[in-house]
Ligand binder design. Structure first.
Ligand code: DX5
Ligand code: ZN
Length: 224
């Protein structure tokens, strides 16, 4: 599999916006259209007010193609479930930093890495970068939420962008190499502000799967 660096502009369609009744065809449709990664949103109805899918879905998607699977856990006690997502075929697992997720972040990241998987930390719009400063040298990806997590189709929150800029600055100062991913409300209109601030991984659900032409949508987001 290709080694991705933060110099790559990566578009990751979020499967949450796909038609679940035809999930394999939907994933193939995104891959054929030029998706770099697939973003898989796991929600437990506790950490966020929505329930999406779990490791069985990740495993089913992994079984039908070999694209990079970017798994975003919006769940309480992620440490408890990480082994199941490792087994399911995740290539990268991100866990939330908020205290409500109830886990020891360092321990969870270590568990992910020991499983041979890349690791990420996700920050809600209201969570500051300082909260995860001690882990920045340990992660492969920083996921900066540009909506309050829980649902697809919400409006992009531009007030989050200074956090992206700050993360990019710290990364350069410390010669680190993590990706910066933005997630929520990303489309060809909002993507330039995110990449301008320093994001290189663009998650896009509604603006890809629900677009009239998914290939054109992915291209427009990547070239934005
Ligand atoms: C929100 C999820 C997102 C969501 C993005 O809680 O983490 O990944 O699928 O959907 P759009 O692109 O429609 O905002
Ligand atoms: Zn997500």
């Amino acid at each position: 599999m290709k080694q991705w660096s933060n110099a790559d502009r990566i578009v990751a369609p979020s499967v949450l916006a796909a038609d679940f009744s035809r999930i394999a065809e939907e994933c193939s449709r995104a891959i054929t259209a030029g998706a770099d990664w697939l973003h898989l949103d796991v929600m437990d109805g506790h950490f966020v007010e929505n329930i999406s899918f779990g490791p069985a879905m990740v495993e089913a998607i992994h079984a039908t193609n070999d694209i990079f699977l970017d798994v975003h856990l919006m769940i309480e006690r992620p440490d408890h479930y990480v082994p199941r997502f490792l087994e399911a075929g995740a290539d990268l697992i991100s866990v939330h930093a908020e205290p409500e997720a109830h886990h020891d972040i360092a321990r969870t990241l270590e568990m992910i890495q020991r499983g041979g998987c890349q690791s990420g930390i996700a920050l809600n719009p209201a969570t500051s970068l300082e909260a995860v400063d001690p882990y920045l040298d340990q992660i492969d990806l920083l996921l900066v939420m540009t909506v309050v997590p829980g649902f697809g189709g919400q409006a992009f929150i531009p007030e989050v962008l200074p956090k992206v800029e700050k993360a990019a600055k710290i990364r350069d100062e410390r010669s680190l190499s993590f990706h910066i991913e933005v997630d929520g409300g990303i489309d060809p209109e909002t993507a330039p502000a995110a990449t301008g601030a320093g994001a290189n991984v663009l998650v896009a659900g509604s603006s890809t799967f629900k677009a009239p032409d998914i290939g054109e949508a992915i291209r427009a987001i990547r070239d934005a």
